[in-house]
Design a binder for this molecule. Structure first.
Ligand SMILES: [Zn+2]
Length: 173
């Protein structure tokens, strides 16, 4: 299995805030990096029109992916439209199968925002180990404790060692 990690977040900036540091560390361990925000940032402005902000956020994401040496994958839908439904599930699934990552980095399945939770669900059902920062704790606490959590079982054949991942209390799998 190729050493390949795929960060799948909801919105532009989410990867930079939650996953980019982990990706850079994995790159030092010879992982190939892949980067996608499921939504395109269409609601990320009080100033620009829809097409303009999508272009701005897309270019920012491409620049960020380039900065850490990651392969950029296009967004699939607008902000606030990440639903756990068949069409989006199959579109995301086809990209995941194409990339064939050993590890997925995903948002926490417990979060204040539906887009984040649904991204976690959409990415988390493809038999690939998913790791997340457990956001019931603050991100700062999680980073300080090195507490990058694995929350799904993935394919048992694909066990992998990425350091101090652990299952948080009360989480199945
Ligand atoms: Zn977000």
């Amino acid at each position: 299995m190729a050493k390949r990690v795929f960060a799948i977040a909801a919105h532009p900036d989410d990867i930079e805030f939650m996953m980019a540091g982990t990706m850079m560390l994995l790159k030092e361990r010879s992982y190939e990096l892949h980067y996608m925000t499921v939504a395109n940032g269409s609601c990320g402005t009080a100033e620009h029109d829809r097409e303009t902000i999508i272009q701005i956020r897309r270019q920012e994401s491409i620049n960020a992916a380039e900065f850490i040496g990651a392969v950029y994958h296009e967004s699939l839908c607008d902000d606030i439209e990440i639903f756990y439904e068949k069409k989006l599930l199959t579109r995301l699934g086809s990209v995941i199968r194409e990339v064939a990552p050993e590890i997925l980095l995903v948002p926490s399945p417990v979060d204040y925002m539906e887009d984040h939770v649904n991204t976690s669900r959409l990415a988390g059902c493809h038999n690939i180990p998913c790791f997340t920062l457990w956001t019931q704790r603050s991100a700062k606490e999680s980073y300080q404790s090195g507490n990058l959590c694995r929350y799904n079982r993935g394919n048992e054949e694909q066990r992998t060692d990425v350091g101090n991942a652990q299952k948080p209390e009360g989480v199945a799998g």
